[in-house]
Design a binder for this molecule. Structure first.
Ligand SMILES: C[S@@+](CC[C@H](N)C(=O)[O-])C[C@H]1O[C@@H](n2cnc3c(N)ncnc32)[C@H](O)[C@@H]1O
Length: 321
């Protein structure tokens, strides 16, 4: 039902060609997020070229990306043979702006001391691996003192991030086959809308000429928060807040509910999903809960232990049987 490999996924040599139904993965973004050693670069194109060989014709993939390097990842995916079908936006409101007050930078550049106008307790936004509490420190609120610094007071360097892109890719159908023939031959080529429909809100008028009982087709926007318009057209899933007592300290943990949505969208029951960058195994947990087979690769042995434990725990859930 599942296989976990504690090694690099680049060659994918353990997997037969044309045997995977879908790929759902959250690879390194190449932005050195929180200085994680494994996030220094985007993965080599080799992993996408090999993924292309392993996936069946018509099979879909969903690949998380940073906004800044999405273009490079998309080129790697496309040059490996995949079609770029869409980009899903997982949008949230609580991203942390990574900006600086340019007014204060100007004071520093001019050798002028900025004015202390108050104090605050700074709480680090994430917990260091192995630490049991969030780090806090006392900081001063500063205001620019120089004339130029005052003009640029509050000016910044980057917008508050409010979404993560997820690239939807597909291996082309087998040459000479239409969608139906490809599905008959391989079971791949169609997205699974029936399992991912967004139910209509109570009292909401149904949409379209032929409204579907289960709701509207899932869209390419996924949100963490409800709109204020009384109903919501989008799949909603909150971000994970790491808890200090949780054994899972993976810094880029994705919500299982989100992974379930992506697994359902790209596969049907009993099909096989590959995650070449498994981390703490959120895709695997989603697969077990949805009765999909799972193959995961992870380089770091600490993370693979966490993934094994999470997958084992999810298999013990009585509601699955
Ligand atoms: C963004 S994280 C995935 C986190 C995952 N979504 C979760 O919920 O836990 C990417 C993972 O890829 C792993 N990784 C990086 N390069 C790898 C490689 N060549 N082969 C296998 N795993 C790799 C890293 O150790 C890291 O845990």
């Amino acid at each position: 039902m599942f296989q976990l490999h504690n090694k690099s996924s680049y060659t994918l040599e353990d997997i037969e060609d044309n045997s995977i139904d879908a790929i759902v993965t959250d690879p390194p973004y190449g932005i050195s997020y929180q200085n994680n050693y494994w996030d220094k670069d985007l993965p080599s194109r080799e992993v996408w070229e090999n993924s292309f060989k392993k996936i069946k014709h018509g099979g879909f993939g969903l690949v998380f990306s940073s906004v800044r390097l999405m273009h490079r990842l998309m080129v790697d995916l496309e040059d490996s043979g995949f079609l770029i079908k869409d980009v899903l936006f997982w949008s949230y409101l609580n991203g942390m702006p990574k900006s600086r007050n340019v007014g204060l930078l100007i004071d520093k550049e001019l050798g002028v001391e900025s004015e202390k106008v108050g104090e605050y307790k700074y709480v680090q936004g994430y917990k260091k691996e192995g630490a049991d509490s969030y780090k806090t420190s006392k900081k001063y609120k500063l205001s620019p003192s120089s004339e130029l610094g005052k003009i640029y007071d509050g000016a910044g360097l980057g917008l508050k991030p409010a979404y993560e892109p997820i690239i939807l890719i597909q291996k082309p159908l087998e040459k000479g086959l239409n969608v139906a023939k490809n599905v008959v031959k391989y079971g791949t080529g169609a997205l699974n809308f029936e399992e991912t429909r967004i139910p209509y809100e109570k009292n909401e008028g149904k949409v379209g000429h032929n409204p579907h009982e289960k709701g509207r087709v899932s869209s390419n926007i996924i949100r963490t928060d409800k709109q204020e318009d009384g109903y919501d057209k989008f799949f909603l899933v909150p971000k994970v807040r790491q808890h200090k007592d949780d054994f899972n300290f993976h810094p880029t943990l994705k919500p299982v509910e989100l992974m379930q949505h992506l697994v359902k969208l790209t596969t049907f029951q009993d099909q096989t999903i590959l995650d070449p960058f498994m981390g703490s195994g959120s895709t695997g947990v989603a697969c077990m809960e949805l009765k999909r087979k799972f193959i995961g690769y992870e380089l770091d042995e600490n993370y693979i232990e966490i993934a094994k434990r999470r997958i084992d725990e999810s298999l013990k859930k009585p509601e699955l049987f």
